[in-house]
Design a protein around this ligand. Sequence first.
Ligand SMILES: Nc1nc2c(ncn2[C@@H]2O[C@H](COP(=O)(O)OP(=O)(O)OP(=O)(O)O)[C@@H](O)[C@H]2O)c(=O)[nH]1
Length: 182
Amino acid sequence: MPPKNRKVAVMGYRSVGKSSLCIQFVDGQFVDSYDPTIENTFTKKLKVRGQEYGLELVDTAGQDEYSIFPAQYSMDIHGYVLVYSITSEKSFEVAQVIYDKILDMMGKVTVPVVLVGNKNDLHMERVVSTDQARKVADTWKAVFLETSAKQHEAVSDIFTRVILEIEKADGNSSPEGKCFIS
Ligand SMILES: Nc1nc2c(ncn2[C@@H]2O[C@H](COP(=O)(O)OP(=O)(O)OP(=O)(O)O)[C@@H](O)[C@H]2O)c(=O)[nH]1
């Protein structure tokens, strides 16, 4: 079975940890310093349910609610990882604004999305509850995960799940992920 190439955009408000999640996933490291991203591409091979994938991750510049959605992120992208920080209500709102823009740009009712609440290690600073975010993800029929790029918590799950969502959108699995045909 030849590898399948899939391209995923990682989007969200500034400083929520988009680059940190990509770097932790691809290189297995956490960088404490903050260097705003313009755009970066990472590639990684991974195996999901017996199928090899060549994953291309586009780590995008931080957006806010007024940003114009960059047209290049609506073409040629198979799935999206929308990241907010559990310590920032604003970043949670921006993730929802970006989601609406994606649907608008793609002209679709659903797209493969994983909603990620990052910085899960900062318990004392939490302002976005797990329930609140899960409800939003449920209305999108999207996967929801809380992660910590710092503590390497649930980071690889993001990318496995986005691949499974892409396969699901292509009609290659049941909603529960059973009877997967690759
Ligand atoms: N405590 C904690 N800090 C994190 C975590 N992930 C990222 N950070 C820190 O948050 C800051 C921003 O991280 P980045 O990965 O650069 O964020 P970004 O979303 O790529 O930022 P932009 O490029 O501006 O969009 C850095 O100082 C990181 O070290 C995390 O899981 N926990």
